[in-house]
Each structure stands twice: as structure tokens, then as C-alpha cells.
Write a protein that binds this ligand. Sequence first.
Ligand code: MN
Length: 136
Amino acid sequence: MKLSVKIIAGAIAIIVITIFSITGIASPKQSGIKRTDLQRHDLSAPGREMIQALVELAPGAAFGMHKHPGEEIIYVTEGALEYDVEGKGVVKLKAGDVLFVPAGTYHSARNNGQVSGAELATYVVEKGKPLIEFKK
Ligand code: MN
């Protein structure tokens, strides 16, 4: 293979991996989950950005144990969701409830209800790092 082809192939691989890690579409842990990115902005704090997304969980859907390179601020907009937060235990929320997940804290989310659930997730995170890192 020519060097230029290798460089292009490498660049494409990096882009694909980055997209997968940001969106989480590589993970099999997310069936029944829809993420809609709403906004993303640099913050006044150096090296930090905010990302806001609407995460919808169908009945029975679960999002596996993961962490973020910063804080996650959750507001449940619809239905009821159950969170398992490392060091805190299981937290049950319904529409209108909020949850603060400290930086680097592993947590999971699940919709144990019979109706759709959704959360507005706001992240205050380090720029240039994958937003979601699943627990191995
Ligand atoms: Mn999270």
C-alpha cells in the first residue's frame, strides 16, 4: 500500500472511531435509545465545553455503566428513569426530577416503565476527550 493510502485509511479509521465513541453507536448496550444532540459550546472555563442532548429510552431500554470527562446534569422530561450511580446507589426519577453526576463517576440508566422515558442531559466536559466511556 502506498504511504498516502495508509495515511488516508488511518485518518478515516480515526474519524470513524471518534464518531462511534461520541455517539456511542458502536455499543450494543444502547438498543431502544435515541440521542439527539441539541447544542455544543465552548465555555469560559479553559479547555471545557458544554454539550446538551435529549436522550430517549424506550420501555425496557438500558444504557450501560459509563462515565464522562466532566459533570453530567440530568433533567427527566418524560416518563420515569432509574439511575445506578457508583457510590450513591439506585436513584429513581420521574418527569421533572433532576440528578447531578460528578465528573468521572460511573453510572447507568434504565427505563423500567411501560411508557417512553426521556432526559435532557447537559455535560460540562473536557474538550477533545470522548464524551462517553463505557466501563470495561
Ligand atoms: Mn451519562
